[in-house]
Design a protein around this ligand. Structure first.
Ligand code: ADP
Length: 638
């Protein structure tokens, strides 16, 4: 190995290498050797093509390299050196043919520069460029670059190409105007001009772009300038484009549905309003404005509250405040001052409204004018009071009259009975017949008066029953002996049957007797000679009910008359030719008496076959010892 012949502090700072004609290193500067982590001495004799890995496209052999260098004066190339440890170094080199010493074959001078750092920068730059490029092309929103001087596109990413149906090449042959809907061309002109002039750097706009097939797409476009010339004018710009067709369609649908709602609300013959969470009006329909005569701005404030009648205002507002607090519905009847200055009754109902996520937003309310209904109610109430008053006075009159009539009647019956019984002297046949008629008619009249008195008591709510425990067979015996004579005279067979085991019964005995007499008398009256009336008394439903049945074989009652049968003064046969006397009060009173006991009565009948009245009384009644327990006495509530 020869010495580092060119050792020299100055030369060692340079980057060179002397090569013989075979490309072997004759000598090199220390700086160059240092690039390979070596010394000039150690490198001597090594072939340069072994030390370096040449990356440029040049001849692979040193001989070839030398001949190419000879042809052009020098040969520039790039190479790499990979040390045993650490990362590769990159070099740029220039090979210049030269003869090292007289008589020797031509060698070469190799100048070499470490460009590793530069290469790394270059790589980073390339990577960033690729990153930017793929961000641009792969972005989920449309992106374009524009030359601001002629509005022509310089680049367009995949999203916008797909959105509008162009290839990038086709896109770049277009200008902004080419792809803008004709109706929207003017919409961003002003902003674009201001951006070019440097007044603004970016702006956003919604506009329609045209697809290649001529259809349009709604977009939100954000444009920005990306570089400016010395005068500050935008040279290049970029735009981010989002397809908002669906949003626009949804907005249009919403707008349409709002319009529809508004038309509907305005044409509805009711007052409609919408409030916030504090009951402040946010919306009112036309009818609301017409009704109150207020303007929209009045209603959006608190003016509407003054339209409520002073007597209703405080209560309504406090109920409304509570509805707000508890997010509750509310119904109220309030008087509202109308545009004609009069107060109208309005039925207001509000219901809470919520967002889709359940957030309380306030109320939707409606109001209906119920003034007519209120007036009707008032006049009905007045009429009711008047009718009740009249009814009460009628009952009082009847009661008074009945009392007045009973006294002389009793006297007539009493004295005529004395005469009838020959207690005032003997009577001839005619006299006896006539006095018998007087007694009979007097008794009939007394019955009528008694019925009238009872009914007037019921109507006045003063009829009371006094329940006690009595012996049923004894009471029935009593009834039988009272009616036997009548049955006999009418040639009717009257039979009674009581379910064995029934002895005592709880009821008002006088009224119970009256019920039986009324029903049996009818059975006899509306019968035919030779007919029969059967009375049955038994218990049902575990002895909970006492059932009474009065069945006759009489003329029957048409089913169409059933509904009115228990009405006052009702008679099925009202013809003057009817053979039976009566007042039409018996069944009405019987029903009242049964109901006062907590019972019911029903009728079944077939014309020409007969009629059955069935009444049911609860067997357990409040037992009242006469005159002591008035509170527990059953009272007519009507
Ligand atoms: P009154 O017998 O005094 O006319 P009621 O109220 O007792 O009044 O009866 C009303 C009407 O019902 C009678 O007029 C009669 O037409 C009809 N009616 C009542 N009971 C019978 C019956 N058992 N058979 C046929 N009709 C009857």
């Amino acid at each position: 190995m020869t010495n580092h012949a060119l050792a020299n502090p100055f030369l060692d700072q340079l980057s060179y290498c002397l090569l013989n004609h075979q490309g072997q290193i004759i000598d090199c500067s220390r700086k160059t050797a240092g690039l390979f982590g070596s010394s000039p001495e150690d490198l001597q004799g090594h072939s340069i093509v072994d030390v370096l890995r040449i990356t440029s496209e040049i001849p692979a052999t040193f001989e070839g390299m030398l001949s190419q260098a000879n042809a052009t004066g020098e040969l520039r190339f790039e190479a790499e050196y990979s040390p045993a440890e650490g990362s590769a170094c990159h070099f740029e080199a220039t090979l210049t043919p030269c003869r090292i010493a007289e008589g020797q074959d031509e060698g070469a001078l190799l100048q070499i520069w470490d460009v590793t750092h530069h290469k790394q920068l270059e790589r980073k730059l390339r990577e960033r460029k690729e990153l930017f490029s793929s961000t641009f092309y792969q972005a989920a929103v449309g992106m374009v670059h524009v030359n601001m001087s002629d509005a022509r596109f310089l680049g367009a990413n995949n999203t916008i190409c797909e959105m509008l149906g162009y290839t990038e090449e086709e896109f770049c042959s277009k200008t902004i105007m080419d792809v803008t809907h004709p109706d929207d061309i003017l919409s961003d002109l002003d902003n674009t001009k201001r951006m070019i002039d440097g007044e603004i750097n970016m702006f956003s706009i919604e506009k329609r772009l045209l697809r290649k097939d001529g259809s349009s797409v709604w977009t939100r476009l954000t444009a920005a300038s990306v570089s400016r010339d010395e005068q500050g004018h935008a040279k290049y710009g970029m735009a981010v484009v989002e397809d908002i067709t669906q949003i626009k369609e949804a907005q249009d649908a919403l707008k349409e549905s709002e319009e529809r709602f508004k038309t509907l609300a305005d044409s509805a013959p009711v007052l409609i309003f919408m409030t916030d969470t504090n009951a402040n009006h946010l919306y009112v329909n036309k009818n609301y404005l017409n009704y109150t005569g207020l303007t929209y701005s009045d209603l959006l404030g608190t003016q509407w509250q003054n339209r409520i009648h002073p007597e209703d205002r405080e209560e309504y507002l406090s109920r409304m405040a509570s509805a707000c607090q508890h997010q509750e519905s509310l119904r109220a009847e309030v008087r509202i001052n109308r545009n004609d200055g009069q107060y109208g009754w309005v039925l207001v109902s509000v219901v809470p409204r919520y967002t889709a996520t359940g957030l309380f937003m306030g109320f939707v309310g409606s109001g209906i004018d119920i003034t007519d209904k209120k007036l009707l109610e008032e006049s009905l109430e007045k009429a009711k009071v008047t009718a009740e008053d009249l009814n009460r006075r009628k009952s009082e009159f009847l009661s008074m009259m009945s009392h007045e009539l009973r006294t002389p009647l009793n006297s007539i019956i009493g004295y005529s009975s004395i005469i009838q019984n020959n207690m005032a002297g003997p009577l001839n046949d005619n006299q006896s017949k006539f006095i018998q008629n007087v007694v009979y008619s007097g008794k009939h009249l007394l019955n009528l008066v008694n019925d009238l008195l009872d009914l007037s008591k019921v109507e006045a709510g003063k009829m009371k029953i006094t329940v006690s425990q009595f012996d049923l067979p004894v009471l029935v015996q009593d009834v039988q002996s009272m009616l036997n004579d009548l049955a006999h005279r009418k040639n009717i067979t009257l039979t009674f049957s009581i379910q064995p085991g029934i002895t005592t019964v709880q009821a008002d005995p006088e009224r119970f007797k009256q019920i039986l007499i009324n029903l049996i008398t009818n059975g006899i009256k509306f019968n035919r000679p030779g007919g029969e009336v059967r009375v049955r008394l038994f218990k049902r439903d575990d002895d909970a009910w006492l059932i009474g049945q009065v069945q006759d074989s009489g003329i029957g009652i048409p089913k169409s008359k059933f509904a009115n049968l228990f009405g006052k003064f009702y008679q099925v046969d009202t013809s003057p030719a009817r053979s039976n006397e009566g007042s039409g009060l018996g069944l009405a009173l019987t029903k009242e008496l049964i109901e006062l006991h907590g019972g019911t009565i029903e009728v079944d009948s077939e014309e020409g076959v007969g009629t059955t009245f069935t009444f049911r009384l609860p067997t357990v009644q409040t037992v009242v010892v006469k005159g002591t327990h008035n509170d527990a006495v059953r009272n007519s509530s009507r």
